[in-house]
Ligand binder design. Sequence first.
Ligand SMILES: O=C(O)CCC(=O)C(=O)O
Ligand SMILES: [Fe+2]
Length: 186
Amino acid sequence: MHLHGVVNKLLRALSLGLGLEENEVREALGGEELIYLLKINYYPPCPRPDLALGVVAHTDMSGITILVPNDVQGLQVFRDGHWYDVEYIPNALIIHIGDQLEVVSNGKYKAVLHRSTVNKEKTRISWPVFVEPPEDKEVGPHPKLVTNENPAKYNTKTYQEYKHRKLNKLLNNLKLPYISKTINNL
Ligand SMILES: O=C(O)CCC(=O)C(=O)O
Ligand SMILES: [Fe+2]
């Protein structure tokens, strides 16, 4: 499949960029078991785009994400204290570094913080493909990138455990346990 070729090429370049052999990042993320998860985001027009977001600020949990949007601008990325619009370029793919690649690279590559806005008149659609490890894959900083001078910055854990903890953290931040406790007490 064409997308597999693009992803393999990207992962090879990202691996060489860390000073590793070209196959090592892909292997660290699951190799032949890599999962390609397509999600479709549908954002209908919103009368008050100044008051709403399509997707709140987050980093993707994946290794990398390949995203194709329609021609309605809406994606923003955060850098140096500012949100920047990601310009729509016809036929271009948008590539996000996700949490798992940040972990494998021991922090050399940073997962990109991003969000999406909504449009007053037009429907926006985006098709991200999350390229991620299988759930039972243990992901941690690549051993070749961990030294005495540069110790591991992340714990090694299965992808399933990682997702579980991140989602729990998000729910706690939203104070959902309090809400669900309140509802249970009604
Ligand atoms: O719609 C977009 O451009 C971004 C969507 C997104 O960040 C996501 O689905 O993880
Ligand atoms: Fe995302």
